[in-house]
Design a protein around this ligand. Structure first.
Ligand SMILES: [Mg+2]
Length: 235
């Protein structure tokens, strides 16, 4: 019989785990394209998504810094569709939009309310500092999290172990055996957690299929299921 493990330290991803980042991104994109007067912006949204996704994948591989994504995605966007617009100004508008649009997923705040009374919570995010700080302020998230580690502030990203070292150091070096990393991304959250030898909870709301090399301790499809995982593991 396996001994019960209580998760006393919960490490949360933010984008697509607690926050509806798709809604945030759609609104920020519309805001940005309105600001530069681009006609029929919906025609180019898929292109933006492809460019952005490729850039964040490069961040996870350690090839570029998160702060570079901020404007480089718009440099590429402007070049590909052949318009005259200032990528730096677009980046500013977009970052403002990401910070100011988008809410937590249904049920996420209730989960945070409940778990913050049972465990210590930390946020580890690969997002941009100005975006994430604005969201944390607007959505009043700081009261749930003892520690917030934002990759663009510390110069290292998930899945690398150094960002977990920073979080654990700031948390006062809690027992790894009682820590759980919760996130939607197999390549950053789950890979990062398993490489750091802590338990992982994959929030698989997309209904994806994990590859054979993924080391997943728990899998959920609704954020509310996390409460049961943390609670039933109480010894
Ligand atoms: Mg995520």
């Amino acid at each position: 019989m396996v001994a019960a493990v209580r998760y006393e330290t919960l490490l949360f991803d933010l984008d697509h785990t607690l926050l509806d980042s798709d809604a945030s991104e759609i609104a920020a994109y519309a805001h940005t394209m309105a600001a530069i007067g681009l006609e029929r912006p919906d025609d180019h949204f898929e292109r933006y998504l492809r460019i952005n996704h490729a850039m964040w994948a490069a961040v996870e591989r350690g090839e570029i810094q998160p702060s570079e994504v901020r404007h480089r995605r718009f440099e590429q966007f402007v070049a590909e569709i052949g318009i005259t617009a200032d990528p730096m100004a677009m980046a500013d508008e977009f970052v403002w939009g990401l910070g100011n649009f988008g809410d937590l997923y249904d049920g996420a705040r209730e989960v945070l309310d409940q778990l913050a009374g049972q465990a210590r919570l930390a946020m580890i995010t690969n997002g941009l500092s100005d975006v994430q700080r604005a969201r944390i302020e607007r959505l009043d998230l700081a009261r749930y999290f003892d520690v917030v580690v934002i990759s663009s502030e510390v110069g290292v990203t998930k899945p690398r172990s150094e960002i977990f070292d920073i979080a654990f150091e700031q948390l006062g070096r809690p027992d790894k055996q009682t820590a759980l990393m919760i996130g939607d991304s197999l390549t950053s959250d789950i890979r990062g957690g398993s490489d750091y030898d802590i338990a992982t909870c994959w929030f698989n709301w997309r209904g994806s299929v994990a590859g054979p090399d993924a080391v997943i301790t728990h899998e959920i499809t609704q954020i509310g299921q996390l409460v049961e995982i943390v609670s039933t593991s109480a010894g």
